[in-house]
Ligand binder design. Sequence first.
Ligand code: FAD
Length: 488
Amino acid sequence: MIKDYQYQKELRDSYDFCIIGGGPAGITLALRLAGSGWSVVLVEGGGHEYSQRSQALYTCPSSALDAYAHETRLRFLGGTSNHWAGRCRPFEPSDFAVPPVGNLPGWPIAFSEVERYLAGAMAIVDLPAGSGFTPINGALNGGEFDADRFLLSPPTRFAQKYAEDLRESDGLDLFINCNCVDLEFAPTSGRIAAVVVSDYDRNRERLRAKNFILATGAIENARQLLNSESLVAHGIVSRDGFVGRCFMEHLNVDMGTFILQEGQRTEPSQYFTTEAFTSAYQSGKGNITTTVLSEVRTYGMTARVKGFFENLMCEIGAAHKIDYIAKFNCPGDGVISTLIEQFPSVNSRISLLNERDELGVAKVSIHWELSPADRHTIKSIGLEMAKRFAETGLGFVKLNDYVYDTSVPLNMTPHAHHMGTTRMAATPEQGVVDTNCRVFGTDNLYIAGSSIFSTGGACNPTMPLLQFALRLADHLNEKMRSLASSYS
Ligand SMILES: Cc1cc2nc3c(=O)[nH]c(=O)nc-3n(C[C@H](O)[C@H](O)[C@H](O)COP(=O)(O)OP(=O)(O)OC[C@H]3O[C@@H](n4cnc5c(N)ncnc54)[C@H](O)[C@@H]3O)c2cc1C
């Protein structure tokens, strides 16, 4: 059943599982665990629709690079799946086998641990069974690049697609407008005893369960841990430790433009770095998309004025000379966009602020920066791509200067893929959750979502985070069953 906590304070005395956050990760876990016969409460802070009041609780300033933390998340049932684009690309074996450049370890588990949940995750986002991830095209193929392989989900909107299941599942209580505002840690048992939930009038209540799973997205998962005074007081969370650190994004770098040789295909093409490339350059991975512009992308009078200058400048071959006063692409030119891996770095982090939100929860900020290793990845991919363009007779690339001159500030936007803030590791000295997604130092607090990613590869995070959610559901089923059999 679905209830509105603003008006219906009807929590049971206790549940087997309390899941906080009704996005793709939380909804998947709730349905799996309830389907296995456990009593489950899913606590969603927003309502059925977007509301300014809920969204305002996501306000989070950035320093260094802008992560657009407010615009890239949605705080209502279904979470950010309410506007995700549905691009799905799986992790690769090398993501788990090769450690990231830098001094942090990579994944502490084998690729096979997540691979076995791929089919299940594909079904959840409506990708046809057995459709596979076959290469899409091949013009740049060679030692450095492979044709990319990805699939597009319709895209699945989780609140709509799973509405009936959420309403009808036996054992599942979903409360909307029910905000988690604190996690209460009991040091004697090593367990989270309760979470404190609040409606929008700041009426608070303790919610008890045997197990708790945070699934509020990568920024909020870290925020909830940092905000909990009891976790901090008992040394489970240090506000200067790993919680919130290693925030990673995928980088959409405007690499430059290109002109195709006559007779070459004009459809968008997608390429992916090979393992030979990343190992030769000691760089991260990346996807490159090349698109030929067929028309000027402005409207009305601006388009006409811009078109006039554009044609004039392109005709006399002076477009590059006025780049510094007006940057545009000529019709027929190609643009290059990317999805590039960022290595984990402790310098990029979520930190607690002194200010509090409307519900009394401490706000956070993001400090997001690129390391020299990330600039090296961007430069290596850009230069190699330009070289391959020429070598294969595809065309000519004009790279933007910041691609090869790392002292020039980068023109780049994030992909809204927030990762790494509660990273998985073998020991608490290297991360926040263990190989079963359990927060180190606790017996019953788990994390779901891309905040657990030790590295982000260059794959879109949602389908992989669902693979991890299914794996976590299996682990929790097993844990509860073995507890039940030890008491019988
Ligand atoms: C424009 C855009 C396009 C994207 N396109 C793609 C794509 O093509 N492919 C891809 O893989 N990914 C894409 N993404 C990323 C994708 O949306 C996320 O990876 C995914 O939604 C994360 O799921 P989640 O369940 O971990 O978190 P979220 O979807 O963020 O859900 C978190 C939930 O927790 C709730 N919540 C937050 N705080 C609290 C609280 N205190 N108490 C209770 N509930 C709370 C929120 O309301 C929300 O429902 C895109 C993102 C954006 C913004």
